[in-house]
Design a protein around this ligand. Structure first.
Ligand SMILES: *[C@@H]1O[C@H](CO)[C@@H](O)[C@H](O)[C@H]1NC(C)=O
Ligand SMILES: *[C@@H]1O[C@H](CO)[C@@H](O)[C@H](O)[C@H]1NC(C)=O
Ligand SMILES: *[C@@H]1O[C@H](CO)[C@@H](O)[C@H](O)[C@H]1NC(C)=O
Ligand SMILES: *[C@@H]1O[C@H](CO)[C@@H](O)[C@H](O)[C@H]1NC(C)=O
Length: 410
């Protein structure tokens, strides 16, 4: 990241609307060129053992910290997702919430233990004392913050925090994602957000809700109190996606920081519905130190019904073309064992059933699992899909898009 910092020092600091990430576009353009050059020379860009992909020569890849969470019956989905997004550079915390039995968690732990690569790199952790996560209340936010706190504690080597649900799935390999993020400034946050609350959302912020997931050990529904309150005046409310990609600096601000805004907002959101969709958005946009670092996109592909329901609609095989051409990094909401997952495994991730998505670090040859032998995890072999993702981010960071979509208050 050295060259970027150097360029930034020379920028005049007068215009407050200046796009500080302008120089990054040059780097992204360079990256794009790099990837396209590497592929123009090889007639078949499909990653195969006989025709290994070129090694990337961009800056050393960063490291991601993933929170993968699920609920009752999600153990096998979490395991599949883990195989799909695994890379030895990254860190993983798995959370199977209290609705799932202890037995399911034990089976998940045993399955993780039985994968040699996970054991060898020691970078997959399972939360042994999980919480209850009700996406209608605020307990899901408690789980996300818990996962982020654990990830901070386990390692100081990662640059971005990503939370995925068991129903999410990657649309690029980790080699692609690491390659693209290697040229991005580490303070960027990818969070879809808007202050344009729908009538229903506005309506739902006024009642005070209680999420028993926070204080009861048995399962109980969220409920509303009869008292209502006004929308907040001391800060601006933003809402958005449940999935976020957050910089380490911002996670530290939320969890360890001495500025009290993250805690004040946490207390406010304790009694609002689906606070995991509002909390990070609101903290980011109300913090002068962070409100310029937010990219208004979560890099997920999702489709909403009209009128929108609480969650995006489920994706299936019919969506395969659109989602894989979209230039997104993840797909949101795919049903368990849907055939589209198999197609993504085969055509996008090059992942065999039960195996890890292969990457530049996998050195096994012959019929064995390539990732049964670990090589240098600094070596990533991006595929042409990295180009698509680079283009997406390039557009998001361009002057026209970046500042004009940031924390707009209407
Ligand atoms: C806010 O959302 C409503 C419907 O959800 C839409 O009609 C309106 O154009 C939006 N306003 C802005 C400024 O985007
Ligand atoms: C960020 O915060 C500063 C200081 O409060 C404010 O002047 C600026 O308008 C904010 N920017 C955005 C995009 O919200
Ligand atoms: C795919 O995208 C095209 C063009 O935007 C659209 O017409 C079509 O309905 C989409 N297909 C699905 C399944 O969403
Ligand atoms: C992604 O690549 C496909 C062709 O490989 C192209 O049709 C599509 O427009 C690209 N999408 C983006 C966002 O660049």
């Amino acid at each position: 990241m050295q060259p970027i910092a150097a360029v930034q020092h020379h920028l005049p600091a007068k215009d407050p609307r200046l796009n500080l990430y302008g120089p990054i576009l040059l780097l992204l353009a360079a990256l794009l060129l790099l990837v396209s050059l590497s592929f123009s020379s090889s007639p078949s860009p499909s990653p195969s053992r006989s025709n290994p992909l070129p090694i990337s020569s961009s800056p050393p890849p960063p490291s991601f910290a993933y929170l993968l969470s699920g609920s009752d019956g999600d153990a096998s989905r979490l395991l599949r997702l883990l195989h799909a997004v695994y890379h030895p550079r990254n860190l993983y915390v798995l959370h199977l919430d209290l609705a799932a039995s202890r037995d399911q968690r034990l089976r998940l732990a045993r399955s993780v233990q039985s994968v040699p690569a996970f054991r060898r790199h020691g970078n997959v952790h399972i939360i042994g004392r999980p919480g209850r996560a009700d996406p209608r209340g605020s307990s899901t936010l408690a789980v996300v913050l818990h996962g982020a706190a654990l990830l901070l504690r386990i390692s100081d080597g990662w640059s971005w925090f990503l939370n995925l649900h068991a129903s999410d799935y990657p649309l690029v390999s980790q080699d692609d994602l690491l390659h693209v993020f290697s040229v991005l400034p580490e303070d960027l946050n990818f969070v879809q957000h808007t202050s344009n609350l729908t009538w229903r959302e506005t309506h739902r912020l006024k009642p005070i809700i209680v999420d028993p997931g926070l204080h009861l050990s048995s399962k109980a529904d969220v409920f509303y109190t009869s008292e209502k309150r006004e929308l907040p005046k001391a800060f601006r409310v933003f809402t958005g996606s449940a999935s976020v990609i957050l910089s380490r600096k911002f996670i530290e601000h939320c969890i360890l920081g001495t500025d009290n805004l993250p805690r004040t907002l946490l207390m406010y959101y304790a009694n609002t519905p689906s606070s995991h969709r509002n909390y990070f958005q609101t903290v980011l946009c109300n913090s002068p130190a962070f409100n310029r670092t937010i990219v208004n996109h979560h890099l997920h592909y999702e489709i909403w019904d009209t009128p929108p329901k609480r969650d995006p609609r489920m994706l299936n095989l019919k969506d395969f073309e659109n989602m894989t051409q979209s230039g997104a990094a993840f797909a949101t909401q795919i049903p368990k064992d849907d055939p589209v997952l198999k197609r993504i495994d085969e055509e996008v991730l090059n992942r065999a059933p039960g195996r890890i998505t292969p990457g530049g670090w996998c050195l096994g040859i012959g019929d064995t699992d390539p990732c049964s032998v670990s090589g240098n995890s600094d070596i990533v072999r991006p595929s042409p899909r990295a180009m698509n993702l680079t283009k997406t981010i390039e557009v998001l960071l361009s002057d026209g898009k970046f500042l004009s979509n940031q924390c707009i208050w209407e």
